[in-house]
Design a protein around this ligand. Structure first.
Ligand code: URP
Ligand code: ZN
Ligand code: ZN
Ligand code: ZN
Length: 467
């Protein structure tokens, strides 16, 4: 039995077009679009009709960087796959790509299986996995090939966090060489962790223990240096490179230079770097701990380079790096020693709205909003056009977005399982109204109508930015 939905009268915005069109959905996929008011559109008939007049009809968001239930610093990110994907849906995101973790001494397979077990049957929206590679050896390299074949087509490595996730340059080069052969994409956490650890030790010895010192020791130059090194290692290996959570002007400059040289180098930034700054890290009374993440928040002046990079396509993706730790009991682990504050911030629910605010503020166009939040990440991680656009054959992951509604972001009203909002009190224009995931209403006129287990694992093709 087929089930049909029609979304009528909205402005359909994709990364490439803006058209007043009705959208016909059949069996979870987009079946057809037709200009509103034309006989073709009038002929669409369906059991469910959604009125989108005065609203945008946009692809569901694709958040290519989340960490549900991630172990870090002796604790776990506070959102489970259940709570985190529900919050994502509330915020208009219909796909996440989360990071499975290989621990040192174990195989990629063990890590991936463990993450499948956490997610399966628990998600409100569809999900895929990247793989964090913490232990590069011959077995790991062979396993990378198998993972690419089964749809885990990207691998994160860390130049930071010595003793935890850290890889040295030789390990990085080997993994990049393998990726060059098997089509995988290396995602890099580009910070010089060895140098940072020295600065951390020296800062603590001087009694500099407050959260703001997290920002001071993790210097922009050490992000830029690592970015440069990652770019050149990838060049030597003949591999594409995707740099995650870019926050510093100097790091954007490295990416820009590499791209001007024609290298297949890509970059992501996150809302926290676009909207927050070291002013937040310096908030008194340990409040700054709420904003501890790595790379760290930067002085406000860096934001202009990030916005510019997003406009010029030197940065292609905005994802959240959603990795929430409660202030109470988790962030507090680092009272008296900023290096013990678990790294990460909440945001999976806020990304689509904050980026719409960027449209309102004139930083980016409406179509660029959809590019960096939906189509871009879908292409980067091999999910396009199943995800990231509204076109015949695509999954009907669709958001009806009210561009005029006003809202105030707050922990009182958000759905993430964390006791603070990084954007507490911020007024934004625009709000998610209705969300469909493969044609099923997950949010219906600001009511949650989704269910745990609706979301399914989604294997991915290799990076489509390269074709
Ligand atoms: O501070 C952050 N970003 N925590 C999550 C782990 C990572 O490095 O992405
Ligand atoms: Zn093992
Ligand atoms: Zn990272
Ligand atoms: Zn991350």
């Amino acid at each position: 039995m087929s089930s049909r939905t029609v979304i009528r009268g909205g402005l359909v915005v994709t990364a490439s077009d803006e058209i007043h069109a009705d959208v016909l959905i059949e069996d979870g996929r987009v079946a057809a679009l037709a200009a509103t008011g034309t006989p073709a559109a009038e002929a669409f008939s369906a059991e469910r009709v959604i009125d989108a007049s005065g609203k945008y009809v946009i692809p569901g968001g694709v958040d290519g960087h989340t960490h549900m239930e991630m172990p870090f610093g002796g604790t776990y990110a506070a959102d489970t796959f259940e709570t985190g994907t529900r919050a994502a849906a509330w915020g208009g995101t219909t796909t996440i790509v989360d990071f499975a973790i290989q621990s040192v001494g174990h195989s990629l397979r063990e890590g991936l299986d463990a993450w499948h077990a956490k997610a399966e049957g628990n998600c409100a929206i569809d999900y895929g996995f990247h793989m964090i590679v913490s232990d590069v050896n011959q077995e790991t390299l062979k396993e990378m090939d198998l993972l690419v074949e089964e749809g885990v087509t990207s691998f994160k490595q860390f130049m930071a966090y010595p003793g935890v996730f850290y890889s040295d340059d030789g390990q990085i080069l080997r993994a990049m060489q393998r990726a060059a052969e098997n089509g995988g994409l290396i995602m890099m956490h580009a910070e010089n962790g060895i140098a940072i650890d020295v600065l951390v030790e020296q800062a603590l010895a001087r009694g500099e223990t407050d959260p703001r010192f997290h920002g001071e020791v993790r210097k922009a130059l050490l992000e830029a240096e690592a970015t440069h090194r990652a770019v050149r290692l990838a060049q030597v290996a003949g591999a594409p490179l995707y740099v995650v959570h870019v926050s510093a002007t100097e790091a954007v400059a490295e990416l820009t230079r590499a791209r001007d040289e024609g290298l297949p180098v890509f970059g992501e930034t996150c809302p926290q770097y676009l909207f927050l700054s070291t002013d937040n890290l310096a908030e008194p009374g340990f409040e700054g701990a709420k904003y501890v993440c790595s790379t760290p928040l930067r002085p406000r002046e860096h934001q202009a380079a990030l916005w510019r990079g997003l406009r010029t396509n030197d940065l292609q993706v905005v994802s959240t790096d959603h990795c929430p730790f409660c202030f109470s009991g988790q962030k507090e682990l680092g009272r008296g020693d900023f290096s013990k504050i678990p790294n990460g911030m909440p945001g999976v629910e806020n990304r689509m709205d904050l980026l719409h605010q960027a449209v309102v503020d004139g930083h980016i166009s409406r179509r660029r909003w959809i590019e960096i939040a939906c189509a871009g990440p879908a292409r980067m991680f091999g999910l396009y056009p199943k995800k990231g656009t509204i076109a015949p054959g695509a999954d009907a992951d669709i958001v009806v977005y009210d561009p005029h509604a006003e809202q105030v972001l707050s922990a009182e009203t958000h759905h993430m399982n964390v006791d603070y909002s990084a954007y507490e009190g911020r007024r934004v224009t625009g709000r998610v109204e209705t969300v469909l995931s493969r044609g099923e209403p997950v949010v219906t006129e600001r009511e949650y109508t989704g269910r745990k287990g609706h979301g399914v694992y989604t294997p991915r093709a290799t990076c489509q930015y390269l074709n």
